[in-house]
Design a protein around this ligand. Structure first.
Ligand SMILES: Cc1cc2nc3c(=O)[nH]c(=O)nc-3n(C[C@H](O)[C@H](O)[C@H](O)COP(=O)(O)OP(=O)(O)OC[C@H]3O[C@@H](n4cnc5c(N)ncnc54)[C@H](O)[C@@H]3O)c2cc1C
Length: 538
């Protein structure tokens, strides 16, 4: 027993025990990268499946089936010879290295670990609004199912002879709180359902009453993407009669009403009431009860929205570096170059001067980019803008000009967005780092000669010592027979035709984690094309 709960005994295998919390993008990418036999792996998650979240909005309206966006976690853990425990992590003892897990109805047990990976995702921020119990979330398959049922239930109620016109209008007002990718993609999918299927089976008078409204707190939707994409999305939505209300804050939701405020041009706050029949709450990320508890245990954790990790994804404040966090629940604190200005400046200029020549600067950028991979592209942009930073135009960089350069680079190292590709890249990185750590932990192998051992350990050391760096490969958004992508640095794609829709689908098809889901998705999309979406409510 440990602090009132039983401890799970694990057999002695000589390998470290790795406990992975979660079965989402981050955790699964770790599991897919880990080498079999490197650790004794245990995965803990309340969901025994991985969800391909970018296609979850499609599942809410029946464009794809629920099972087509899921992959069983046991298939994934089997690859590394790991065990899966269907439970939720509720507490952690960082000193004795136990994590307390709970299975509703079966009680709590402590799982011992040598290394712990926290990939439990996040929950939506409430922004102080009340009545969120009347709102849908869109995180799990059960959420998608209950959204699908709610939409169809509203349409069926509208057709009852006893439903008044006012009630019909209310039931057919679908509100999305949050104009990020999830909210916008859900609105787009809902519009597709209305335009492509429901209009064939419900009278035009019903169709005319439908409203899809997005309420966004910022001045544009999709504000995490390039501003031209937000503006393009707003134009596309206006064409499809999806209403977008910007600079608005939701105050309260009841079972039939939504109250929000906007700010008039003279700064006065105006209150609005919107009768609604459905609300989706899809705002930014916040700590879950478990990650909040973990942060409360560590004085070094000061961020209120995520666990702070270093560039090796180690949780800040855990002295022995045995706890890692990744994905939506974590924020990476990249090393600031300005903190090392003295060392960097001295390494850049020649011994006989205190200024950096252009050739010396080029060599410096190459070295620094390897040392600070997360800052590599910004360091390279300094090279292109060398003359701009050389404010006294003497052809070389002095210390104050160098300081401005480093300030510029540091300002670009912002928090990474809560995206599947961030969680995925972090997971792949951590998987490789853990493989390397296992090699170092195991030490020389009896079957190896000295030279091979040295080479293998040196390589493992290099991998373990390399910090994480993120490479943005583009963010996609589906906008209902239109799609947009932001590849960063001002490069965007906008398409408002069927080709854009199929391009968007083909990208996600190619990113599937298994052949099975590729096959199922292909079938779903063919079915939808030939027979339309299934409108049954079950
Ligand atoms: C509807 C939707 C659409 C999206 N579309 C896109 C998109 O198009 N492109 C994109 O890049 N990103 C998209 N995202 C964001 C992306 O899904 C997230 O950034 C990503 O899922 C984060 O991965 P994660 O592993 O951190 O968390 P998650 O994928 O959320 O996984 C968290 C896991 O932890 C488990 N868990 C939770 N609490 C505990 C606990 N206490 N103990 C153990 N396990 C626990 C959960 O069951 C889950 O398995 C979308 C998100 C949603 C919800």
């Amino acid at each position: 027993m440990h602090r009132g709960y039983p401890v799970v005994e694990s057999p002695e295998t000589g390998r470290e025990r790795l406990v992975v919390l979660g079965s989402g993008w981050g955790a699964v990418s770790v599991l897919k990268t880990l080498e079999r036999g490197a650790y004794d792996v245990t995965v803990v998650s309340p969901d025994n499946y991985f969800i391909f979240t970018p296609l979850l909005p499609s599942a809410t309206v029946g464009t794809v089936e629920f099972r087509s966006v899921l992959e069983g976690i046991r298939r994934i853990t089997k690859r590394v010879g790991g065990a899966y425990v269907e439970a939720t992590a509720v507490d952690v003892d960082l000193e004795d290295k136990y994590v307390l897990v709970e299975h509703a109805g079966a009680g709590r047990v402590w799982l011992p670990y040598d290394r712990l990976v926290v990939g439990v995702g996040a929950q939506s921020i409430t922004h102080g609004a009340t009545g969120l119990e009347y709102c849908h979330k869109l995180k799990t398959i059960l959420d998608a199912r209950s959204i699908r049922q709610h939409i169809m239930a509203n349409f069926e109620r509208v057709m009852l002879p006893t439903t008044s016109d006012d009630e019909k209008r209310r039931l057919l007002t679908f509100v999305v709180c949050g104009g990020g990718p999830t909210g916008c993609e859900f609105a787009a999918e809902l519009h597709d359902l209305l335009a492509e299927d429901l209009r064939h089976y419900f009278p035009q008078s019903v169709h005319d009453m439908v409203r899809v409204v997005i309420i966004q707190s910022r001045d544009h939707i999709l504000n995490m993407m390039d501003s031209v994409i937000g503006e393009f999305a707003e134009r596309e939505f206006a064409r499809r009669k999806i209403e977008v209300i910007t600079n608005a804050r939701v105050q309260a939701v009841t079972d039939t009403m939504l109250r929000y405020t906007t700010r008039a041009a003279d700064g006065t706050v105006v209150e609005h009431e919107l009768p609604q029949g459905f609300v989706l709450w899809s705002t930014g990320v916040a700590l879950t009860p478990f990650t909040q508890l973990l942060c409360d245990r560590l004085p070094a954790q000061r961020n209120r929205r995520a666990i702070t990790v270093d560039a090796h994804l180690r949780v800040k404040g855990v002295a022995d570096g045995s706890v890692y966090a990744l994905g939506d629940c974590a924020t990476v604190e990249f090393p600031q170059l300005l903190e090392n200005i003295g060392e960097l400046f001295d390494s850049a200029h020649g011994a006989d001067t205190t200024e950096i020549s252009r050739a010396e600067f080029t060599a410096f950028v190459r070295r620094a980019a390897a040392q600070y991979p997360s800052a590599a592209s910004h360091l390279q942009s300094l090279e292109l803008n060398y003359d701009l930073f050389d404010t006294n135009a003497n052809g070389s960089i002095d210390r104050s000009e160098f300081r401005r350069m480093l300030e510029f680079v540091d300002s670009k190292l912002t928090a990474l967005p809560a995206l599947a590709q961030v969680a995925n890249q972090e997971g792949v990185y951590l998987g490789h780092a853990l493989n390397a750590t296992a090699v170092l932990h195991a030490g020389p192998l009896p079957t190896e000669d000295d030279a091979s051992t040295t080479r293998r350990l040196r390589m493992a050391h290099a991998v373990a010592a390399t910090p994480f760096s993120y490479h943005h490969r583009g963010t996609l958004a589906y906008l209902g027979r239109a799609a947009a992508a932001d590849f960063g640095e001002g490069t965007t794609y906008k398409g408002s035709n069927l080709a854009a829709k199929y391009l968007w689908r083909s990208v996600y098809w190619s990113q599937q984690v298994s052949l099975r889901t590729r096959f199922l998705l292909s079938m779903d999309w063919c079915k939808e094309l030939l027979f339309g979406r299934d409108l049954s409510k079950f």
